[in-house]
Design a protein around this ligand. Structure first.
Ligand code: PEP
Ligand code: MN
Length: 362
């Protein structure tokens, strides 16, 4: 493609509004050839708006590949010239912001290991003052949405108008299905608090492996996310970082083709009425559930009074096990998952304990 044609490609203003916004490219820029071939194959899918590539890599442990540094920006510039793809890179320091902007990078993102550190976020934000560039803020590695919000606020205070959020999952101890637990409810709550900020899902860093990327991407789309960031590499097994989770641009294309895309609200009056009717029923049931829970707490308080009068402990482990076992047995017939029942009863039990503690100590 010649440079005249690439100039006619949509610019960042237009691309920023695309829904779903699709960002893809390698975890890290490795060599000029790898960047160029990735860009060509990613552009060939015709489904990707922005190419990502890590230039400076914040690695959890020292000694792993830490990125090619500034020279990679030049490779990315060539890739953009040739393919017209817009570019996104991660920045963690003022000098990186300055270099990335000088190289014409279109979108900057703040990585999960940076969002946790207000000093670093503030340094990045200060370097962004007076600049007109979209910034994506990844969730912090720990499940703390105030830190995530704080990072977005620091960027907003620097005058950045186009801010987006990336949900990349949260570290947890021990081995799970995911590299980073999605904790969907935290991203949903973040979106509720910041309805104007686009929320992009990053299945690659949530999954850490290829076989469940589709499942997570589809779930994000079902939950009305505004876009996806998925790592792609020309030779995933030999990637210098995050090899297990990367897919080829062609595999990315078939993953995107398999997704059932959804609209937030379809048009017809009839559908609106049907949904409203069902939502009314839900509101009604939620009210009833809360009233019943309140009754349950009153009874727990009465039990608390007996316990206090007889000087016995609030927590009775055998009784707690009995409650849980009864609930698990019943839940199966009712079509409720064990996972939900455990969380629900943990919360109810904790609330009961709190009510009884008040009875004990006033
Ligand atoms: C990345 O996008 O390659 C990256 C390092 O991600 P995160 O900050 O989510 O770990
Ligand atoms: Mn990565």
């Amino acid at each position: 493609m010649n440079s005249l044609l690439s100039k006619e490609k949509p610019g960042i203003r237009e691309i920023w509004k695309k829904r779903p916004l699709i960002i893809s490219g390698p975890c890290s820029a490795e060599t000029e050839e790898q960047v160029m071939e990735t860009a060509r194959r990613v552009a060939n899918t015709g489904q990707v708006h922005v190419m990502r590539a890590g230039i400076w890599k914040p690695r959890t442990r020292p000694g792993s590949f830490e990125g090619v540094g500034s020279q990679g920006l030049e490779w990315l510039r060539h890739a953009k010239q040739e393919t017209g793809l817009l570019l996104a890179v991660e920045v963690a320091k003022a000098s990186q912001v300055e270099e990335a902007l000088r190289a014409g990078i279109d979108i900057l993102w703040i990585g999960a290991r940076t969002t946790v550190n207000p000093f670093s976020v503030q340094e990045v934000a200060d370097a962004l003052t007076g600049v007109d560039v979209p910034v994506l803020v990844k969730n912090p590695i720990n499940p703390d949405i105030d830190l995530w919000t704080g990072a977005a606020e620091r960027v907003a205070k620097a005058g950045i108008k186009n801010i987006g959020l990336i949900h990349r999952g949260f570290s947890s101890y021990g081995h799970t299905e995911y590299r980073n637990a999605p904790l969907w409810h935290l991203a949903i709550e973040m979106k509720r608090r910041n309805p104007d900020l686009p929320m992009i899902n990053d299945p690659s860093h949530i999954c850490g492996r290829r076989d469940i990327l589709f499942k997570v991407a589809q779930k994000a789309i079902d939950l009305n996310y505004d876009g996806l960031m998925i790592e792609s590499h020309i030779d995933p097994d030999r990637a210098w970082s995050d090899a297990n989770q990367q897919i080829t641009p062609e595999q990315l294309s078939s993953l995107l083709n398999r997704i059932t895309w959804r609209r937030e609200m379809a048009g017809s009056e009839e559908l609106h009425r049907a949904l409203e009717e069902l939502r009314n029923q839900i509101d009604h049931l939620d009210d009833e559930l809360m009233e019943i829970l309140s009754q349950r707490m009153r009874i727990a308080e009465k039990i608390g009074e007996y316990k206090k009068a007889n000087n016995i402990t609030i927590l009775q482990t055998s009784r707690w096990n009995e409650i849980l076992n009864r609930a698990f047995n019943k839940a199966e017939d009712l079509g409720l998952s064990d996972e939900f029942i455990k969380k629900y009863f943990d919360a109810v039990h904790m609330e009961s304990i709190n009510h009884q503690t008040k009875i004990f100590h006033g």
